[in-house]
Design a protein around this ligand. Structure first.
Ligand code: KG4
Ligand code: ZN
Length: 338
């Protein structure tokens, strides 16, 4: 008898329509992503209503391709998993409705997945040997969380952003420099030509909360620098601004995560989320972890940004616990990790 657990996963929380088939939580049989970036680029950011409509247009094709690429049919599956939050409510509803319809029609169990847990779980795909416990920094467009992953599905939140998420700061700063959307990858590329010490931007700390983050002051500092220069008729090299901003973000993320690993006594440090694709952040973590003899884990960039495979990986551990969702499952736009 074949005891393999095959999960079809669906992810539509923001601007990627994604679906994957994942075997036993760690092996990706297919991973299909239809990105809407070129559409939202026209507006300088994600337009929620357009995102929902585009998901509706694409979801059937994306799911069908995920099954085809995996060489699987519904009868081979053990469960259907879907991101139920956090995210844009209209966007989430498309994936949730698709998954519920498929689960109902095929009598397969339904698993609801927290998007942030999905990001963490991308590491289980990239590193088959990785097991909790570890410290994980999740940095995305919507979240900046420092978490102790005590066990599968068991988390302790030890730090979070008090205002903007790291990715949000990248996107807003990129817009102000005129780099366009999505800002993260554009700042990453532009910063390679710049001097990270051209401007000394604040490395923000939150009083009394050593692991919390704040990026709104840094964002304002970048804007003020731009305005002051334009009032004086001076020109600023965008690459210098991008590199100096990025340096500030990367420094505070690295310092907090390293301090947490030390204080809590964990020897593995894990990065996750779209901003974890940032080359400077990856390098900074890799160097710091090597120095302190900590294990460093970060998925390849394609598994850092939103995808279906990470949802299939997270769903596997819910499957093992027998945690299934009802067909009354709804989208929960502000769903918390814990
Ligand atoms: O995880 P993700 O795909 O979606 C959310 O869950 O939010 O993250 C998207 C965020 C965006 O803010 C994007 O600008 C940022 O990740 N991002 C990056 C890079 N690639 C994507 N930020 C910095 N450097 C990158 N290379
Ligand atoms: Zn995400």
């Amino acid at each position: 008898m074949n005891n393999d657990v095959l999960i079809l996963a669906i992810e539509t929380s923001c601007d990627e329509t994604a679906s994957a088939v994942v075997k036993n939580g760690r092996e990706v049989l297919s991973n299909v992503i239809h990105t809407q970036i070129d559409i939202h680029e026209l507006y300088g950011g994600v337009v929620p209503e357009i995102a929902s409509r585009e998901h509706i247009r694409r979801i059937d094709q994306v799911v069908a391709k995920a099954l085809k690429d995996a060489g699987a049919s519904l009868s081979d599956l053990s469960a259907i998993a879907v991101t139920c939050g956090p995210g844009l409510v209209g966007a989430l509803l498309v994936g949730v409705s698709e998954a519920k319809a498929m689960a109902f029609a095929s009598s397969l169990p339904l698993i609801s997945v927290n998007h942030i847990e999905g990001h963490i779980s991308a590491n289980f795909i990239a590193f088959p040997e990785l097991e909790p416990p570890f410290i994980c920094l999740i940095v995305s467009g919507g979240h900046t969380h420092l978490v102790v992953v005590k066990d599968y599905c068991e988390y302790e939140l030890i730090g979070r952003t008090r205002d903007d998420a790291a990715g949000e700061a990248f996107d807003k700063v990129a817009r102000s420099i005129g780099l366009g959307y999505p800002g993260g990858p554009k700042i990453d590329a532009c910063a390679k030509e710049g001097d990270p010490h051209a401007f000394e931007f604040p490395i923000a700390k939150v009083n009394g909360s050593p692991y919390d983050f704040s990026f709104s002051g840094l964002k304002s500092a970048v804007l003020n620098t731009l305005h002051n220069a334009s009032q004086r008729g001076e020109t600023i090299r965008p690459a210098d601004l991008a590199a100096s901003f990025q340096h500030s973000v990367v420094t505070v993320l690295t310092e907090h995560a390293l301090a947490a690993a030390e204080e809590y006594g964990y020897d593995k440090l894990v990065l996750a989320g779209g901003v974890a694709a940032n080359s400077c952040l990856r390098e900074s973590f890799a160097t710091a972890c090597k120095k302190r003899k900590l294990g460093f884990y970060c998925p390849p960039p394609s598994l850092c940004t939103d995808n279906g495979a990470m949802i299939g990986a997270a769903a596997y551990y819910r499957f093992l616990k027998g945690e299934f969702a009802e067909l009354s499952l709804n989208a929960i736009p502000n769903l918390k990790l814990i």
